[in-house]
Design a protein around this ligand. Structure first.
Ligand code: ATP
Ligand code: MG
Length: 579
């Protein structure tokens, strides 16, 4: 709606005389301060781009300027400028060497002016453009400072908290801890009792984040088990190293196979069935009948033994005292029984002997379990489902209820072809004091359809998102917040002083901000709040070993097992850990 012309506020006009005076004054000030500006501008740019702190320059520049002024530097400066002015105006004699007198005050004044100029530029007004650049500058400086600080050797070790990194923006209530050098993000341990999700592109830092979480949970007295869908030797040695540092003697599933056959016959049959996706109920029925007879009252101890029993004649022999079972086996077509055998033969080949060992989760406080063998990744989904079903059985039937445990499933996408086991685990394990952390590269890789993904999303209490291009669904988990949106009216290059405000909503975590995250940076979404942080790296044995281990985390190639991962004694126990 147009307002009558007489009620419009007068538009600002340009007073040319005023402009000329302003320009002349600016030129004069720049000319007089030129020696200081020569120092201030590059120093200011360095402070800005490298995120250096401003106060050292203010203190050093201020002190030195005071000393130089006391020593007569200001008089020399004034005198030289005056002589130069007379030389330019009335050709008074002036020797270029006299310019040296400008240097002392120019240099120290430049050091003092560098941070002050910047502060002035960013706070000269509250216009939208100034605010925008101020926010960009603050974000850039926080990032550089956090990246520098995150490499420091010592982190606080508060009881009952997991120290995750340096905050960059946003906040989650009660997750921030004041530390001597800088505040740190220190999530209460209890926050992980609800399931968590770590999502991010390859190389964005998910595994390092989960290693940090594992180390902090171990420090807090939890049991931690790492199920590695990638079966990556670098991750294995990093996890085992940090467990030893926490004073725990971990089990290494790559060297000492896990016993995947614990539980009663029914549990083992369910575990074996979970490995398969059946297209028709008929085939599931055949598999169930065959497995029931093959497992019998004395479950097999290895996949090889199971496959040996999956033969029609062996099954008939095993069921010879049970007429009903014998009839059931006889009625099955030979080719269907052979089909069941072929399915489990494939898994036996993928697993090798990695599930035929002597220990399980209830025997240890920390364990690394590869999903299959690195050189044989084709049936990771089936093997993973078997492992997840075994973990669920451990959680429900074998675990000590009073122990708090964290199960981290790295590269969950490799296991999510058989989502039933994963969803069951995530939904049911919490009641048994088992927290699950799932790591995936994309939202889509969490499950084959929206129902599964939504069930998983509904269960998780915390989402850690690293850099992700398709970030809309994850960002939507944090929801939106109420804001006042401002607009400004401008004319030519000037602000009219007019504007408007209206209430609106904006993303708590904007998808574009997720796309722009750097390696090691993440958003954490928890309870409708979100914060951005620079994740720390976990502390491993020594700085060199830690670096080597962590750098090899991203290396996907199967390698020679790390000789360090076996038999070393605990190097120490952080205070506060239960025996
Ligand atoms: N918090 C961090 N600080 C510094 N560097 C990091 C951090 N997190 C990760 N990195 C670097 O990024 C590399 C890759 O990290 P990581 O292996 O955790 O990625 P990822 O997301 O698990 O990748 P993938 O999906 O391929 O498994 C690490 O080797 C390390 O050099
Ligand atoms: Mg990884």
């Amino acid at each position: 709606m147009n307002r009558p012309p007489e009620s419009r506020p007068a538009e600002p006009g340009f007073d040319e005389v005023e402009l000329v005076i302003l320009a002349a004054l600016s030129v004069a000030v720049v000319a007089v301060c030129l020696p200081a500006l020569v120092v201030a501008l590059p120093l200011g740019m360095a402070i800005e781009s490298r995120g250096w702190r401003r106060w050292p320059a203010v203190v050093a520049g201020g002190t030195l300027t005071g000393l130089v002024v006391l020593a007569g530097g200001w008089d020399a400066y004034q005198h030289t400028i005056h002589s130069l002015w007379l030389h330019l105006r009335s050709h008074h004699p002036f020797r270029p060497v006299e310019l040296v007198a400008l240097i002392p005050l120019g240099v120290v004044g430049g050091i003092l002016a560098a941070p002050l100029l910047q502060t002035f530029l960013h706070h000269r007004n509250e216009h939208e453009a100034t605010r925008h650049y101020r926010e960009l500058s603050q974000a850039r400086r926080s990032r550089s400072q956090a990246q520098r600080t995150v490499g420091r050797a010592t982190w606080p070790m508060p009881d009952g908290r997991t120290v995750l990194g340096i905050p960059l923006a946003g906040a989650i209530p009660n997750w921030r801890l004041a530390s001597r050098a800088r505040p740190v993000v220190a999530a209460p341990l209890d926050a992980w009792r609800r399931q968590a999700l770590i999502v991010g592109e390859t190389g964005s830092g998910k595994t390092v984040t989960a290693l940090t979480l594992a180390a902090e949970a171990l420090r807090g007295g939890w049991d931690v088990y790492w199920i590695d869908g990638k079966a990556d030797p670098g991750t294995a040695s990093a996890f085992l190293g940090l467990a030893r540092l926490a004073g725990v003697d971990p089990r290494d599933g790559t060297r000492e196979p896990l016993d995947g056959w614990r539980g009663d016959p029914e549990a083992i049959i369910n575990r074996l069935l979970a490995t398969q996706a059946f297209t028709e109920p008929y085939y599931e029925g055949v598999a169930r009948t065959v497995l029931r007879r093959a497992v019998g009252d004395h479950p097999p101890r290895t996949f090889g033994e199971l496959v040996g029993r999956l033969d029609k004649r062996s099954l008939q022999r095993a069921a010879r005292d049970d007429n009903e079972a014998l009839d059931a086996i006889r009625s099955l077509p030979d080719k269907d029984v052979a089909g069941v055998r072929a399915r489990y033969d494939g898994i036996a080949w993928a697993v090798g002997t990695t599930l035929d060992g002597t220990w399980s989760y209830e025997d240890t406080r920390a364990a690394y379990v590869p999903v299959g063998r690195p050189e044989n990744r084709h049936q990771a989904a089936e093997v993973g489902a078997f492992l997840l079903e075994d973990i669920l059985h451990w959680a429900l039937a074998r675990k000590r209820r009073d122990r708090l445990a964290l199960v981290i499933v790295d590269e969950f996408s490799k296991l999510s072809d058989r989502p039933g086991a994963a969803v069951d685990l995530v939904e049911r394990a919490r009641g048994c004091n088992v927290a699950v952390v799932l790591i995936a590269q994309t939202w889509a890789s969490l499950g084959p359809d929206d129902t599964i993904r939504n069930r998983l999303a509904g269960t998780v209490g915390t989402v850690i998102v690293h850099q992700l291009k398709q970030s809309d669904e994850v960002a939507a988990l944090a929801g939106t917040e109420w804001v006042l949106q401002r607009t400004e009216q401008t004319r030519t290059l000037d602000h009219t002083g007019l504007g408007s405000q209206r209430p609106g909503n904006r993303y708590v975590v904007h998808p574009d901000d997720v796309r722009r995250l750097h390696q090691g940076e993440a958003f954490i979404i928890h309870g409708g709040h979100a914060l951005k942080l620079q994740m720390r790296r976990p502390r491993l044995q020594g700085p060199e070993e830690a670096q080597a281990s962590l750098d090899s985390v991203a290396d996907d190639r199967p390698g020679v097992p790390d000789p360090r991962s076996g038999g070393t004694t605990p190097t120490g126990r952080p205070p506060g850990l239960p025996a």
